[in-house]
Design a protein around this ligand. Structure first.
Ligand SMILES: [Zn+2]
Ligand SMILES: [Zn+2]
Length: 119
C-alpha cells in the first residue's frame, strides 16, 4: 500500500504494509513508535493518535514539507504536533502531524479525511 494526498494524489509514503504484530510497537519516548515500512490505523483508546489516523514511521514519509504556518511547528527539540497539523504534501495540502519530540514516541499521524491508502 501507499498513502496519497486526497487533494492532489501525490504519494506521501513509501510502500507500507499494515502491521499485524503489535509486539513491534515501541512506546519508549524519543524512539520510533512503529518500525519502517509498516502502518497501523489507530482504532482504540490505547492506540497513539486519534481514532482513524494512519500511523507511520518518520522515515516512510515522502514528498512532504513542514507546515508554512510556523505557529504549528512547536516543540523543544523536535515537533510535538500539539498545535494542529504540521505536515503538508509538496503541493502544500495539510496531511497530518509529525510527533518527534524527546518526550514522546516518534511517529507521523496522517488524517483519514486528508489522505488515502491505495494499492
Ligand atoms: Zn496534496
Ligand atoms: Zn524535546
Amino acid at each position: 500500500m501507499k498513502i496519497i494526498c486526497q487533494k492532489c494524489n501525490v504519494e506521501i509514503s513509501k510502500q507500507v504494509t499494515e502491521l499485524d504484530d503489535l509486539s513491534l510497537i515501541n512506546e519508549n519516548d524519543g524512539e520510533a513508535y512503529i518500525p519502517e515500512v509498516f502502518f497501523i490505523v489507530a482504532n482504540s483508546e490505547e492506540d497513539i493518535g486519534t481514532k482513524g489516523t494512519i500511523i507511520i514511521n518518520l522515515k516512510d514519509l515522502i514528498n512532504s514539507n513542514y507546515h508554512p504556518d510556523e505557529s504549528r511547528l512547536n516543540g523543544c527539540c523536535g515537533y510535538d504536533g500539539l498545535d494542529g497539523i504540521n505536515r503538508v504534501c509538496v503541493n502544500n495540502h495539510d496531511i497530518g502531524s509529525e510527533n518527534s519530540d524527546c518526550w514522546m514516541p516518534h511517529f507521523i499521524a496522517l488524517e483519514p479525511h486528508l489522505v488515502k491508502l491505495v494499492k
